[in-house]
Design a protein around this ligand. Structure first.
Ligand code: SIN
Ligand code: NI
Length: 267
């Protein structure tokens, strides 16, 4: 049965695990088979085109400041069964389990991330962890390219080892401050960014603490990606405002769990 521990060995070797722990990110090629990529593209287009009223949320409208950085839809899996197939897929969660060494992996949320052509802005350097209402670090994202990506249409860039900086202040994606101001004089400041072009169907995993950036889209077509955020089982809620947890009755200091945050992989 796919999803059994061990069967992800074709994607994730000990070298990859070591690289992830050392650098805070790792590239995994061909995480989707060609027919899966076709299917996921179709589901993703349907989910993006669907009206707003469901359980998934678009975070801005065309013309908005955030939209120029990212045309984003959060929690597509709650409205679209096809998206659920991929956002809850054991293969990706098993890889996350191996990379983190956690006892279990839960879903935090998925999001489709389109970088639109036209008036496109880069995704500024930031960490993700400060945006999430979690006490512990350890949460991570898979970022799956649905189109080939490079510097011209919005591929990502990472600072190796920057996850060791710990949790810094939150950086707004629309009105950013320079994250490197926070690490002046530290070894991290000397690390060179690694640009990661990807073929469609390949992905990166990055730790929520790793500094990352995405180029603006200079092409005529949207740059499409599916990112899924995972957290180690037992990660606790810190009570901060977040679109995914607000109004869900979570208790500060208690683990984030329940039907909206399913356990996707465990040892
Ligand atoms: C992007 O897709 O442009 C950014 C993704 C991220 O910040 O994790
Ligand atoms: Ni990010």
């Amino acid at each position: 049965m796919e999803g059994m521990f061990g069967l992800v060995d074709q994607w994730i070797t000990d070298d990859k695990i070591e690289f992830y722990r050392e650098n805070g990110f790792v590239q995994v090629d061909g995480v989707l088979a060609p027919e899966e990529l076709d299917e996921l593209r179709e589901y993703a287009e349907e989910a993006m085109a669907a009206p707003q009223e469901g359980l998934s949320v678009k975070t801005d409208r065309p013309g908005g400041t955030y939209y120029k950085v990212l045309n984003q839809k959060v929690n597509t899996w709650r409205d679209h069964g096809g998206m659920a197939k991929y956002s809850l897929h054991p293969r990706f969660a098993q890889i996350a389990l191996k990379l983190t060494g956690a006892g279990g992996i839960r879903l935090f949320h998925d999001h489709l991330l389109w970088k639109m052509p036209g008036d496109s802005k880069p995704t500024p350097w930031h960490q993700d962890t400060p945006k999430w209402p979690m006490n512990e670090s350890g949460a991570l994202s898979i970022w799956i390219a649905l189109d080939d990506v490079d510097e011209r249409n919005g591929c990502m860039m990472f600072i190796p080892k920057s996850h060791r900086a710990g949790k810094l202040k939150n950086i707004s994606l629309t009105d950013p401050v320079d994250i490197f101001e926070y690490v002046k004089g530290l070894d991290i400041a000397k690390e060179k960014p690694v640009i990661v072009p990807l073929k469609a169907g390949s992905c990166t995993f990055h730790d929520g603490l790793t500094f990352h950036y995405a180029f603006h889209n200079q092409t005529e077509k949207p740059r499409r990606a599916l990112a899924i955020i995972y957290m180690p089982d037992g990660t606790t809620y810190n009570g901060n405002r977040h679109i995914v947890t607000d109004g869900q009755g979570l208790e500060t200091g208690k683990p984030i769990r329940g039907p909206l945050f399913p356990l996707l992989a465990k040892r």
